[in-house]
Design a protein around this ligand. Sequence first.
Ligand SMILES: N[C@@H](CCC(=O)N[C@@H](CS)C(=O)NCC(=O)O)C(=O)O
Length: 220
Amino acid sequence: MALELWWGSGSPYSWRALLALEYKRLDYISHQVQFSKQEHQSPQLLAMNPRGRVPVLKDGDYVCFESLAILHYLERKYPTPPLFGHSAPEAGTITRVICEYQGYAEEHIQKIIYTILFQDMDGRMEEVERALGNVIGEARTIEARLSASSWLVGDSFSAADIVVFPGIQVLLRALERREARELRARLLPVEVNFPAIAAWIRRIEALPGYEHTYPPHWRE
Ligand SMILES: N[C@@H](CCC(=O)N[C@@H](CS)C(=O)NCC(=O)O)C(=O)O
């Protein structure tokens, strides 16, 4: 029975699932959900994920949602190539880097993106600047890791890269918006301020299958 994925364009969590499926070279039926038409709240989607969020993966009778759970499921079911390393220490470090990102960076990245895309920056500059300060601190840690290695953990692309990459890409894209002109100088251009992160982005963009994961509405 074919794998099926429901996902949304520009959703960093959906992007994780797409990257994992492509990296493992798995065949899957792709269902792009249109947020503007509230398709993520359709009865079919709600039956699979009562939270009405994507990504949702279906493999035969089994349904999985929450992007990190999807990565773990795919890893157990389709172990090659691995996403969680080749050894127990690698798996531990990959999970640690994911937890660090989720614990110390993600919330601040989301705050900046949400404010730029969906709110009025007036009156929010102080809190967004604070969030940006936190993101820059975490970006320096990531930059240091990537200055010493091509990938976030070990010598292969892993779940750590998959979890971190989409959030950074969505943030960089949001910072290019006119509304973010006062914010962006501390991060952009990435090639200048964070050259190892910039090189890592290019490396991921060169992976086979990457093109299939790129948010289609970003091409428009
Ligand atoms: N923790 C979830 C987050 C999923 C999530 O928030 N997806 C967003 C798109 S980025 C969504 O479906 N939002 C629809 C909504 O909130 O109504 C995961 O890792 O999969």
